[in-house]
Ligand binder design. Structure first.
Ligand code: SF4
Ligand code: SF4
Length: 243
């Protein structure tokens, strides 16, 4: 099943790529490949699992559904979209990769990505590290206090959590407060120096979204909605996505 469409493979009715093409705006340009190789030359996943984006697209175009639906290469793709920028025809290969991922039964998808997605769903932060809202607020306060004391030029810098009416709602990769909390500071300093009125949210502050990489649409939406709802609740005007 692909976005409500039944894929009838091996019956001469539709190849996987044709089905994906039907659901994308302008068909994702998937049938416009010139086989130039520009996508593969800049792709960080080229050569992994004996695959590259041009080869993957050619196999899909040739109806080699069994091969493209089973290659672990789709999990090597970083979804960086570099291939789209390099491609003269703007072919949306990562979207095809995404739909192949979504066609894998959930329990067979890579355990690391699945575990991070599932962890994020278990806490209100949306953190793949499992960091609770209170722990995040504690770290933010601790790092801010330390910085204000050590660097007098930033003694009036703020790093608010749940500030009502702030203009910008900022999210944050949840690895930093856990493993490298000092890495929070550079962005705070920039926002301070430009006079931005911003806040984190106690709910949905975690910016990473492994459920997207897992191609789990429902969970991806749930985490995104959790952050967006918090931003709306605080009355923020702009969602600053740092991921
Ligand atoms: S989106 Fe995937 S296929 Fe495209 S360049 Fe990035 S890693 Fe390669
Ligand atoms: S860059 Fe575009 S046109 Fe060239 S091989 Fe890759 S997908 Fe085809």
């Amino acid at each position: 099943m692909l976005n409500g469409k039944i894929i009838e493979l091996g019956r001469g009715k539709s190849t996987f790529m044709e089905t994906v093409r039907e659901i994308l705006p302008e068909g994702g340009n998937l049938n416009m490949c010139l086989t130039c190789g520009a996508c593969s030359s800049g792709c960080p996943a080229t050569g992994m699992e004996n695959m590259d984006p041009r080869k993957f697209l050619r196999m899909a175009a040739l109806g080699m559904d069994e091969e493209i639906l089973s290659t672990p290469w789709v999990w090597m793709c970083t979804m960086c979209q570099r291939c789209i920028y390099a491609c003269p025809m703007k072919i949306d290969i990562p979207r095809l990769v995404y739909e192949v991922r979504a066609a894998w039964p959930r329990e067979t998808r890579p355990k690391g990505i699945m575990g991070s997605c599932d962890m994020a769903l278990k806490n209100e932060s949306g953190s793949a590290m499992g960091t609770a809202p209170d722990d995040f607020a504690f770290v933010v306060d601790d790092i801010l206090t330390e910085c204000r004391e050590a660097q007098p030029e930033f003694e009036d810098m703020e790093a608010p959590v749940d500030k009502e009416g702030a203009e910008f709602f900022l999210n944050q990769n949840s690895r930093e407060p856990v493993t490298e909390p000092d890495e929070l500071l550079p962005l705070w300093k920039i926002l301070h120096l430009v006079g931005a009125d911003w806040t984190y949210g106690s709910r949905g502050w975690a910016g990473e979204n492994y459920c997207m990489f897992l191609a789990d649409n429902q969970s991806w939406e749930r985490l995104t909605r959790q952050s967006a709802d918090k931003a709306s609740e605080l009355g923020c005007k702009v969602f600053l996505n740092t991921e």
